[in-house]
Design a protein around this ligand. Structure first.
Ligand SMILES: Cc1ncc(COP(=O)(O)O)c(C=O)c1O
Length: 371
């Protein structure tokens, strides 16, 4: 065994230990964030309910378009990137210059935080909330203010406005929220946009908007507000591994994000995203499917007396009445991989809504684990 190999084995061992310890010591990188839902090579028959993915994968139209694109993979084909953002703009009814394509939504999320946060410009978010922004804020040496959600699991916009006062850089609102799957009503978001200090932006992460009945916030961008909206094809459209997303913002804000990266996007991701947008009925069918499966699990949980947060998304938080990590490990021993806990909610674990069949397996394992 060479030195490098020995080192990497040790490093792997440490990382595995960190995973076991609930990732308390995870370094500030996006790779590490991906590893938070990393379960190694899952055993045959494993049910993966840990990363809010869509087990249905890409729709038939996207599969066909991407298959055809593979043979043409020797070309950059810049037009595909533009076709994706223009198709999005047309379907959503926003001006094309407000839409920028990316490889998913993590990339523009990071860029927005790097562009608008710094030692004097704080990152303000709801808690529990998606962590990627806090990690980018640490890279920018920016203070992070985690403001507890309200009793009804909405972002507490008034407390968020107070948290950093005039020294706020980015207000991050994930709607519906990850991990709770709950929505923050439009009036609150509008108040935040109107009252926020000059120079700051409201970053509205709509990764899960398609699962809810909530009105998206693209019209705030169209109206010229200091708002950046993120969308991804990783969730409802089932393209997490294929990478496609957009940032929607005023051109002057999009320009600020451009400085933080370079390079081309995959033509498979772009063409798959365009085909998904144009596919008839996919959005409505998938939304309905997830809703039916989720509500079925909720009904079962109510019947059994398990406490959970009533989500309108493709994941929910369940109260396991013990350290969440212990319950997740007990589920993993039954080949059902559920998500993580948040330090502020240590006895809750996030569970992704899988297929109907997967959720039957989840129910059987969960009942055993809960005793
Ligand atoms: C709220 C939220 N935003 C962004 C992302 C990033 O997804 P992607 O980069 O695949 O678009 C995720 C992924 O889980 C998420 O939950």
């Amino acid at each position: 065994m060479g030195q490098g190999e020995a080192f990497s084995r040790r490093a792997f061992g440490r990382r595995a230990a960190a995973l076991g310890a609930g990732l308390a010591a995870a370094p500030v990188t996006e790779r590490a964030l991906a590893q938070m839902s990393y379960v190694g090579e899952p055993p045959a028959g494993a049910v993966l309910l840990n990363a809010n993915e869509n087990p249905l994968g890409p729709c038939a139209e996207a599969l066909e378009a991407m298959g055809a694109m593979l043979k043409r993979g020797g070309r950059y084909m810049y037009g595909e990137v533009l076709r994706m953002s223009r198709t999005f703009a047309e379907i959503e009814g926003v001006k094309p210059e407000l839409v920028q394509s990316y490889a998913g939504s993590s990339d523009p999320l990071h860029r927005t935080v790097l562009a608008f946060c710094g030692p004097e410009r704080a990152f303000v978010k709801g808690e529990p909330g998606y962590e990627a922004g806090d990690w980018a804020a640490r890279v920018a040496n920016a203070p992070v203010h985690k403001v507890p959600l309200t009793k009804t699991y909405e972002h507490d916009v008034d407390a968020m406005l107070e948290a950093a006062g005039p020294r706020a850089g980015v207000f991050y609102v994930c709607n519906p929220n990850n991990p709770t799957g709950t929505v923050t009503r439009r009036a609150g978001i509008e108040r935040l946009v109107e009252k926020k200090p000059a120079g700051s932006v409201v970053l509205i992460d709509e990764a899960y908007i398609h699962f809810s009945d909530e009105k998206p916030c693209l019209d705030l961008v169209q109206a010229g507000k200091d708002v950046v909206v993120l969308r991804t094809f990783s969730k409802l459209y089932g393209m997490a591994g294929l990478r496609a997303g957009v940032a929607v913002a005023r051109p002057d804000l999009l320009d600020k994000l451009r400085a933080y990266g370079a390079g081309f996007l995959t033509t498979t991701g772009m063409t798959g995203a365009t085909a998904s947008l144009l596919a008839k009925g996919v959005l409505a069918q998938r939304k309905q499917y997830v809703k039916e499966v989720r509500e079925g699990v909720f009904e079962w949980m109510r019947g059994k007396g398990y406490a959970f947060v009533p989500s309108v998304s493709n994941k929910f938080m369940v109260d396991v009445k013990r350290p969440g990590r212990e319950a997740a490990a007990a589920m993993a021993a039954r080949k059902v991989y559920i998500g993580r806990s948040w330090p502020s909610w240590p006895a809750h674990v996030r569970v992704t809504v899988g297929t109907r069949e997967e959720m039957e397996i989840f129910k059987a394992a969960f009942e055993r684990v809960m005793g």
